[in-house]
Write a new protein. Structure first.
Length: 322
């Protein structure tokens, strides 16, 4: 009993030393330590996973796959296992004289991961980005939107869906997806890109010449903008007024834009809707942003502090097409 009681702590120390050795570039020594730890805890998920990950980093995908493949069925399996497996199959395939143009084993690893862990947003992200690499943009959009529906608070799928919506000339959903990303994400660099996407797409939707798709929500928004949410103002004042009008007219809507409308309402209740709307101009129209900021600096800084502690949380799936 004494030996068994000591084994977990001994295995843990060996495992930590093994990972540190690998991170220091001593891969062989690190793998040896991890194997010793694994022998003490043969049901462990972490030790064989770290061995496989180290071998993959050493470009030994065939060996790595042998350690990673069985872990698909482990009760503690994590999403990154399927991503590493996909990387193994990609590397193995690239070493063949005639690589598989469909990258079947690589993509199947991610598809199987999605079946096992349907709310793992990172798996949809990986699959979608690989579809883009293969220039299968419609398939990629479908994957990102499935990720949005199943993991609505995983931010990056909104970002990539917004980019594909822009490429397909759909300003409404470029705007919606980009703004949802902005409100969920904490990645400043990607947020800056999304701000530009959102602001330019929103401008097209508000322009008066936007042609809505046949979807019911799109058609009703176009009617709303032409009848109820018109404005005689110009510039940022016009934009702020139209956003506030949409929020008021569609408060409680069941349309797919509902999470964004709820966020507008939350911002309004805290006195930050204009500050938030103004922040979107930072990347698309810096001159207008600075002019607005000159008389709204204090409110903008208060909004930035509030946003840091109050990221958006979506409580229902976002489905562009039912």
């Amino acid at each position: 009993m004494g030996l068994l009681a000591q084994a977990p702590s001994t295995a843990y120390k060996l495992g930590v030393d093994g990972i540190q050795a690998i991170e220091s570039g001593e891969t062989s020594a690190g793998i040896k330590l991890l194997k010793e730890a694994w022998s003490l805890e043969p049901s462990s998920y972490d030790y064989p996973f770290e061995i496989g990950r180290a071998l993959l980093l050493e470009d030994n995908a065939k060996k790595a796959e042998k350690y990673l493949f069985p872990l698909q069925y482990h009760q503690n399996v994590q999403p990154d296992l399927y991503i590493h497996l996909a990387d193994c199959y990609k590397q193995i395939d690239e070493e063949k004289k005639t690589p598989d143009q469909n990258r079947k084993k690589e993509l199947d690893a991610l598809r199987y991961g999605i079946q096992k862990l349907p709310d793992a947003g990172e798996l949809y992200l990986e699959l979608g980005k690989r579809k883009i690499e293969m220039e299968q943009h419609l398939d990629a959009l479908s994957v990102f939107e499935s990720g949005i529906a199943n993991a609505p608070n995983f931010a990056d799928n909104y970002f990539w869906a917004a980019k594909l919506m822009k490429a397909s000339s759909n300003p409404l959903w470029t705007w919606i997806y980009a703004e949802l990303f902005i409100n969920i994400s904490d990645n400043d660099e990607m947020i800056r890109t999304a701000m530009e996407l959102a602001a330019t797409a929103q401008e097209k939707v508000f322009s008066g010449s936007w042609k809505a798709d046949p979807e019911k929500m799109d058609q009703e928004l176009q009617y709303l903008l032409s009848k109820n949410c018109t404005s005689n103002l110009s510039g940022t004042d016009r934009t702020f007024e139209m956003r506030r009008c949409i929020m008021n007219e569609w408060r409680g809507t069941a349309f797919a834009i509902a999470p964004l409308i709820k966020r507008f309402d939350e911002l309004e209740q805290n006195g930050f809707l204009d500050a938030y709307s103004g922040s979107l101009m930072l990347q698309s129209n810096k001159e207008a942003f600075l002019a607005w900021l000159a008389s709204n600096g204090e409110r903008y800084e208060a909004f930035r502090r509030w946003r840091f502690y109050n990221p958006m949380f979506i409580t229902e799936p976002v489905k562009r097409v039912n």
